[in-house]
Design a protein around this ligand. Structure first.
Ligand SMILES: [Zn+2]
Length: 50
């Protein structure tokens, strides 16, 4: 059985990097975006460090 694609406003997780639902990413995009998200968090953590 196929799962129904969520409509806008559904529970699909949006990517903060490219503003697309994560389900619409290509595998390369998922890699790229998750890497950028990680860099973003790392930068944040760096700021808190002295
Ligand atoms: Zn993305």
């Amino acid at each position: 059985m196929m799962t129904e694609p969520p409509k806008s406003g559904g529970g699909d997780e949006m990517c903060p990097i490219c503003n697309k639902p994560k389900s619409q990413h290509k595998p390369e995009e998922i890699l790229e975006c998750s890497k950028k998200i990680r860099d973003f968090h790392d930068a944040k953590e760096d700021k808190g460090k002295k």
